[in-house]
Design a protein around this ligand. Structure first.
Ligand SMILES: [Zn+2]
Length: 648
């Protein structure tokens, strides 16, 4: 934990041009710098860095952030690692903050579990290669399955003796804490005694990305046993199943180099392919992919190829994670291994080069594959077919459009062909889903982490877009909501008139207008700003950009506009009309607030209209009509004012 003081010191030194410029060639363009985006392929630069605002934005792929998030995204650092890197760069001495007692306790437990796992891994490997039972049973089994010793050592395979407590006794003799031994899942407690959990099994250690042993898979050797084929480590402080991809440590460089990650089901698939020289491969354990696993893949590549056997239940499970994969910007392909074989047996039978050729020749596009399966299921049922159309439109809408526009177009064309529907119709439908998604994105992001993800194809959870106009409106409203926060962050401390600041004006107006803001996260920024401001602090965008709450910082970056000073519309409009740029920001504040006011007026009109529909006394009716006239006048005046400004 780094102390707040150190963080402040680091932040005050940050020069975004210097740091980002170390990774991206930047050229000065106006007040900003421009370069080729490091996050997507492009030939003309659209990656913009604003030194004044200390943020970057790419107008090609939409990525944006501050210096720290740049390091996190580009160098795959964690937040703390990025801070440490910057501290080293600027010679800031790091002052460590005391951990809370709970955090320290948790860290100690985790450390203990790592140590025990390392001890166990060595114990099992030693048994496999050097003990009589290990060689006779474990090693001969693995050799029979075709693994050579080199690959066994690379994956640190082992064997657990078949006696009651050989490992447990060794661990206790080495003074390991019995409670933690149970927590690792290596032993179980039976009536005061510790008993080995993996008796008579071969052991597959599971590593995290840095190569630490976080758990084990233990495979049974005897067939026709009623015991489970595999026993895996239970969830504990260091073994979190949803974040693990087996083999990611051994595969990481190969994935980077090949720019492709192969995904298989089991431990032995991974090891067999490695032995055959195909090393860019990881395993998910056959369950549906989680968002953490997909992000792990995306650290290294955007190309994920799922290789499963054709009748495996794993295929369905893998497809269930498809929508998330698309949202993460992954390009997903599917290869089905024929004839009831799995990658392990198949690569052994046909050899590495034939296997590679087979993969290359049989990559199916996963979206079209899913569509074909769904169409087959629907048969002649037109209701079911309509659901399929909706489903595929929603799936296509999840492709990051900015990143891969032509890919989306291709999908629309090919899917329309398969579905035998009009391409333009599908296009419209896809766009509806996109708009709906953009409008909901942030509010969704806040809760998504805790919510189970809907299963694609399950019609009951499918969101159906409402009519187009209301969606357009939704989207524009969101922009206006952001506008109020943006002007507050950008100009809050500038003069509004002789006595007051922009913040006074905006915060004053916001009392009336805040209820128009649907994105509650934006209100967090507003409230925080207000709090700080009223305490006499001088909050600027920086306080939000570098806020320790990453979600808040991302939101702050997203409301910031780096292109304002470059917008030709603005320039053209103000050229010669307004003398100083100072007046430009006031105009920006005014028009932003006018839009929100206009929306308020429309909302009041609606309420008034609804009231008019009810029965009234003559007096009441007169009042309602007067209100209506008054609102109409406000609308007219606001529209007139707004008409004087050209909007981008
Ligand atoms: Zn980009």
């Amino acid at each position: 934990m780094i102390s707040q003081q150190t963080i402040q010191q680091i932040l005050s030194r940050i020069d975004i041009i210097e740091i980002v410029g170390g990774f991206v060639k930047l050229k000065k363009r106006g007040t900003n710098y421009l370069g080729l985006c490091p996050f997507h392929n492009e030939k003309t630069p659209s990656f913009t860095v604003s030194p004044a605002k200390e943020i970057y934005k790419c107008f090609g792929c939409g990525r944006s952030g501050n210096t720290i998030s740049f390091l996190m995204e580009h160098e795959k650092y964690s937040y703390v690692e990025a801070l440490r890197w910057l501290a080293a760069r600027y010679n800031v001495e790091i002052e460590e903050k005391e951990l809370s007692p709970e955090a320290r306790q948790q860290q100690q437990v985790a450390e203990s579990l790592y140590i025990i796992n390392t001890f166990a891994q060595k114990f099992f490997a030693d048994t496999l290669f050097n003990a009589e039972e290990g060689r006779d049973i474990g090693l001969s089994y693995l050799k029979e399955r075709g693994f050579n010793e080199e690959i066994m050592r690379k994956f640190q395979l082992g064997y657990c003796p078949d006696q009651r407590d050989t490992f447990a006794r060794a661990a206790l003799a080495a003074q390991y804490n019995p409670e933690y031994l149970v927590r690792t899942g290596l032993v179980v407690q039976r009536e005061e005694k510790l008993i080995d959990n993996y008796r008579g099994r071969v052991i597959f250690p599971v590593h995290n990305q840095t190569g630490k042993t976080i758990g084990f898979g233990a495979r049974i050797l005897r067939s026709n046993d009623r015991a489970p084929k595999y026993i895996n480590t239970p969830e504990n402080e260091i073994y979190v199943k949803s974040k693990i991809l087996y083999g990611s440590y051994q595969a990481r460089q190969a994935i980077d180099k090949a720019d492709e990650c192969l995904l298989v089901e089991g431990y032995t698939d991974v090891i067999s392919l490695h032995q055959a020289g195909i090393e860019n491969v990881v395993a998910s354990g056959g369950t549906s992919l989680t968002i953490d696993q997909l992000r792990l893949v995306r650290k290294y590549t955007h190309h994920l190829t799922i290789i499963y056997d054709g009748d495996s239940a794993g295929v369905k499970a893998a497809l269930r994670g498809l929508d998330m994969a698309l949202e993460e910007g992954l390009d997903v392909k599917l290869v089905l291994i024929p004839d009831k074989e799995d990658p392990d047996s198949y690569v052994r039978r046909i050899g590495a080069s034939a296997f590679r050729e087979f993969i290359a020749a049989n990559k199916k596009d996963v979206i079209l594959f899913q569509l074909e399966v769904a169409l087959k299921d629907a048969g002649g049922d037109s209701n079911k077919k309509a659901a399929v159309v909706n489903q595929v439109a929603e799936t296509i809408a999840r492709i990051n459009k900015a990143e891969d526009f032509t890919r989306q177009q291709d999908y629309i064309r090919q899917s329309a062909e398969l579905l035998r529907i009009e391409e333009t119709g599908l296009y419209t439908l896809v766009n509806k889903f996109i708009r709906e998604r953009i409008a909901k994105q942030e509010s969704k992001a806040a809760s998504a982490a805790n919510q189970p993800l809907p299963t694609p194809g399950d019609a009951s959870v499918m969101t159906v877009p409402t009519d187009e106009d209301s969606l357009n409106l939704l989207f524009r409203h969101e922009q206006n909501e952001r506008g109020m926060i943006r002007v507050l962050l950008e100009y809050g401390l500038r003069a509004w008139d002789e006595q007051t600041l922009v913040a006074d004006y905006v915060l004053g107006e916001s009392v009336e207008l805040a209820d128009l803001i649907d994105n509650k996260r934006l209100l967090t920024i507003l409230d925080l700003f207000k709090d700080w401001y009223q305490q006499g602090l001088e909050p600027t965008s920086k306080n939000f950009l570098y806020h320790e709450d990453q979600e808040l910082s991302t939101l702050a970056v997203s409301v910031m506009d780096v292109h304002l000073e470059l917008s030709p519309n603005w320039k053209e409009h103000y050229e010669g009309k307004i003398a100083t740029p100072d007046e430009l920001y006031k105009e920006d504040v005014l028009s932003t607030m006018r839009y929100l006011k206009l929306r308020k007026v429309y909302r009041l009109m609606e309420e008034n209209q609804a009231d008019l529909g009810k029965p009234h006394s003559e007096e009441e009716l007169m009042m309602l009509l007067q209100t209506h006239m008054h609102l109409k006048e406000m609308e007219r005046s606001l529209l007139q004012d707004l008409g004087t400004v050209i909007f981008k």
